[in-house]
Design a protein around this ligand. Structure first.
Ligand SMILES: [Ca+2]
Ligand SMILES: [Ca+2]
Length: 119
């Protein structure tokens, strides 16, 4: 019996497309200080989203996604990624999460992707 097999053949991942969420949330809490401790899950995500939406247009574009990935790589030089890898990570995110295909991740798309990944 193939108990535990995942229908559809999608491998289960314990991290999201946007990097290590545990680390990312710590990052938010550090930025927020005491205030960060009382944030709901959704508020934490919104904080993360806002942090990376540097031009505050409500979308993460390719440049902002790249900056977001760079953030998570700080302090982990052994996982430093090449520009090529970075671009394919961004392509992957847009491919999977950009549901209206405008080339950017909206807050709604981001939220949906995080819910999906956290199961
Ligand atoms: Ca933006
Ligand atoms: Ca979109």
């Amino acid at each position: 019996m193939a108990s535990g097999a995942i229908p559809g053949g999608q491998p289960e991942e314990d991290h999201s497309n946007y990097g290590d969420m545990g680390k990312a949330k710590e990052f938010v809490k550090e930025h927020m200080g005491d205030k960060g401790k009382s944030l709901t899950e959704k508020e934490e995500l919104l904080m993360l989203f806002s942090l990376h939406d540097s031009n505050k247009d409500g979308h993460l574009d390719g440049i902002e996604l790249r900056a977001a990935f760079s953030d998570y790589k700080q302090g982990a030089p052994e996982s430093a990624v090449s520009l090529e890898t970075m671009m394919s990570m961004i392509d992957h995110v847009l491919d999977e999460d950009d549901t209206d295909n405008d080339g950017k991740i909206s807050w709604e798309e981001y939220l949906i992707s995080q819910k999906y990944h956290e199961g």
